[in-house]
Design a protein around this ligand. Structure first.
Ligand code: AP5
Length: 222
């Protein structure tokens, strides 16, 4: 089973992808995280991606498709996977189909009011060493500027500056929003409200996934 998480920057895809991974034991594949890791490590992929990411533009399809192809080749992906941030346009969706062939899937879009998107992105802080995500308004760290888990330094993502947020939202409307119709035609598109606390949003998503991903008897976790 493939779960595709759609939605504009800041709607909560990353937050929900972690919760889905934990509950349903799906492989979480985040192209944004993989690209940021490549930038930090200075790989050829990172070098090609960095300037575009800083401007809020999409990086080339071939580059992200390769990251996804690698992730899908892992044994863990066989049980199923959740895609956070991919596909991002129709071309990437078609590449995904080509990579995997027909597969059962659901495309969940997290809907959120633009003002709230901007508020959440402006308040986001990320731990450099362990990548834990905080929010100054709703999920602040216990000690200002330090990660609760590893005590690492918290930073603002360099694409969470106001002028880049505007560009990312524009790119979403232009490039990614057409995926709604793409998945509607496949009859797998399911919008959910992203309003309210993360646990509430997750309960809406779980309402869609539980019937599809019920664990067989004997496989239940404690
Ligand atoms: P990516 O990392 O994918 O960024 P994005 O899609 O813009 O999404 P974000 O990570 O900003 O937000 P999110 O929806 O995950 O929200 P989050 O859960 O963090 O991509 C970054 C860049 O990489 C792109 O611009 C592009 O350049 C490149 N890229 C990536 N994939 C690509 C692709 N496929 N093709 C080409 N280029 C690609 O939450 C946000 C904040 O809100 C956090 O602080 C969180 O704590 C908080 N929060 C979450 N849920 C709630 C809630 N329910 N209530 C209150 N606060 C909440």
């Amino acid at each position: 089973m493939r779960v595709v998480l759609l939605g504009p920057p800041g709607c909560g895809k990353g937050t929900q992808a972690y919760l889905i991974e934990e509950k349903y034991r799906l492989l979480r594949i985040s192209t944004g995280d993989a690209l940021r890791q490549a930038v930090r490590s200075g790989t050829p992929t990172g070098l090609r991606a960095e300037a575009l990411m800083k401007k809020g533009r999409l990086v080339p399809d071939d580059l992200v498709a390769e990251l996804v192809r690698e992730a899908l080749s892992s044994a863990q992906a066989r049980r199923g996977y959740v895609l956070d941030g991919f596909p991002r346009n129709i071309g990437q969706a078609q590449r995904l189909e080509d990579m995997t062939g027909p597969q059962s899937e659901i495309a969940i879009e997290i809907l959120l009011d633009p003002d709230e998107l901007v508020r959440r992105l402006a308040g986001r802080r990320v731990c450099l060493p362990c990548q834990a995500v905080f929010n100054l308004e709703v999920n602040p760290p216990r000690e200002a500027g330090r990660c609760d888990s590893c005590d690492g330094a918290l930073e603002q993502r360099n694409d969470d500056r106001p002028e880049v947020i505007v560009e990312r939202l524009r790119v979403f409307e232009q490039e990614t929003a057409p995926l709604r119709d793409y998945y509607r035609k496949k009859k797998v598109y399911r919008p959910v409200s992203g309003e309210g606390p993360a646990a509430l949003v997750f309960s809406r998503i779980a309402g869609l996934l539980d019937p599809l991903l019920a664990e067989p008897a004997g496989e239940k976790r404690n």
